[in-house]
Design a protein. Sequence first.
Length: 276
Amino acid sequence: MDNIFLQIAESVEREKGDVGRRGLHEAFQQVALAGLYRSGFFDRAAFYGGTCLRLFHGLDRFSEDLDFSLLAADETFDLSTYFNTIRAEFAAYGAEIKIEKKAKTTSSQVESAFLKTNTVIYDLSAKVKDTIRIKIEVDTMPPPGFEIEPKLLLLPFSFYTPCFVLPDLFAGKMHALLFRKWKSRVKGRDWYDFEWYVRNGVSLGLLHFNARKLQSEKDSVAFSEDDLRETLRERIHSLDINQAREEVAPFVRDSKALEIWSEEYFLELVNRLKVY
């Protein structure tokens, strides 16, 4: 196998401290992005979600999946037309991959980034010592109101990836945090990312947040800034902090950073939240 995977994994270790399988997983993510770039996929789509935030903005937690949004709605979109180029990219570095469309199930809809039944899900996997698996999700019916910007990736070669701007990434995360249907489960990664956005002074794009809300919540109305803050406070009052810590702990290097988590702490973050 070409040492590009080791080179990227070592770069991940130097920059982020993640070693071993996680570094290799991120190397495969970057090669997948390179294959998508060569295929022309980014003429029609943009990158968003936790892995986008990690790769291009330094989010200090591991993120597993690749999430994309079409730039314009297209229910007939078929990622399989790009498969050969993605396979060729991995083959150039000595890795044989499998990539296939996943059948929709109730659980996959729940775990899909924004609860959307029109999010198409694919599995990309390769056998290297053990199996590396990446879930790729493409939102084929994106809500409006987002902006994109080009972000540079240097490995496996230099290329620009169109990404949601930070305020719209934040809007998508807050929509997931407030409206994700997880029943009794808590996704601590959502709360970790919320903390990251506030700590880094990122303003939340209310226009895009409301576009997502109006698309996903039938008969709903747009939120004002006050509505957003109040709904977030209500979620915090009912949040199982310990469960949130347990869920995110495997994805961060230093679990001691979670010790400060409490109802009072998250309410203070709401007070410091910037919205525009």
